[in-house]
Structure formats: C-alpha cells, structure tokens
Design a protein around this ligand. Structure first.
Ligand code: 13P
Length: 186
C-alpha cells in the first residue's frame, strides 16, 4: 500500500539524515488524487492514517490534518509531469550548499539513476506558488532539483525511484565535497 510506503520511506530518509524531525515532505499520485504528508508533524513517527488526500487543486478530500505547506509544489509537479508517480522533498544539507558545484557524472552510475542532470532553483520563499512554478519548470527536463538554501526535490515513476534519486544527489554532494577537500582530484 502506497500509504505504508510513504511513512516507511520517510523514516529511512530521516534515519539517513536527509531531513530533520519536522522538515521535508513526500507525496504519491493515487489516481486523480495526491496522498501527501501532513504539515508540521514529526514525520518519522507518522502512521498511514495521518496522511492527507488532496486533489490537483490542493483541496483536501480526505484526512484529519492539513497537508504539507509545500502542497503547491507537489501538485505543480504532477500537473506538469504526467509520468511522475511520487515526489520526495528532503532538507539534505550537503546538496543544498554545494548546489551548483555538483556534477551529475562524478559517480559513474549516478546519471543513469537520475535519468538526466540536476536542476538548480534560486532561493524562493517556501510554500509559495512562485517556488512551486519554478520547481515544476526546473523538473520539466530533470528528475531532481536542488532549491538553493532549502533542499532537494526528486521525482520518479515510483516512490522507490524518487527516494533513490534523492539519495544519489546526496552521494554526489559527498563525492563533490571529498573532491574539494582532496584538491580537485579526478
Ligand atoms: P511541511 O511540514 O509543511 O511539509 O514543511 C516542511 C518543509 O520541509 C517545507 O519546505
């Protein structure tokens, strides 16, 4: 069940240091709806029944809680990319600070996992339509975007692939940092 996957994958991302207790959000497409994590909750402790169901205009269809404050970004991506089944937003620190320095081909298999390059979005106020549109535009031709001073957004045809892409971006950031430390070696 996709709801169980969302809460489990969220926990894994938290345990890997990709989010803080309250940051980040995950959603998945469910027919005409989107199932998304609630806002301002300790996300690694969520249960499937805490998730919120919204339509592509952001109207809450089912759920006890308010949806993620980034619901605009999630629906803007689903509207723009019919092939996308899941959206993962982390607050991974290294990709965020190294944004423009990361080369997607630094690790041989990364590009094939990412299915393209890494887009970079300038700093824009979180939760706004302006950010949502900028990210959706950046993801028109990429499966991952780094929002400067904010975090990572990864999409995929499944939740597992979206999560993996967020992890690959983090690995690339680690490799980039190692290369900087080592003096720009091969
Ligand atoms: P939410 O708790 O509203 O999803 O916000 C977390 C976050 O990371 C905002 O960018």
């Amino acid at each position: 069940m996709i709801e169980e996957e969302i809460v489990e994958y969220y926990r894994l991302l938290y345990l890997r240091g990709q989010t803080t207790l309250l940051s980040g959000n995950i959603s998945a497409r469910l027919g005409d709806l989107v199932v998304i994590t609630p806002t301002s909750a300790p996300k690694p402790l969520l249960r499937p029944s805490d998730l919120v169901y919204i339509d592509l205009d952001g109207r809450v269809v089912k759920g006890e809680r308010a949806p993620s404050s980034e619901w605009r970004m999630h629906v803007a991506i689903y509207r723009r990319r019919p092939d996308v089944a899941a959206v993962v937003h982390t607050h991974a620190v290294l990709p965020t600070v190294l944004a423009e320095r990361i080369e997607a081909d630094l690790l041989l298999e990364s590009e094939s996992y990412l299915g393209g390059g890494i887009a970079v979005v300038p700093p824009i106020k979180p939760g706004t339509w302006e950010l949502a549109e900028a990210v959706a535009e950046a993801l028109a031709k990429s499966n991952v975007a780094i929002m400067k001073k904010h975090g990572v957004v990864a999409v995929g045809p499944s939740l597992a692939e979206a999560v993996n892409r967020a992890e690959v971006v983090n690995d690339l950031a680690l490799a980039t940092l190692a290369r900087i430390w080592l003096g720009g070696g091969p």
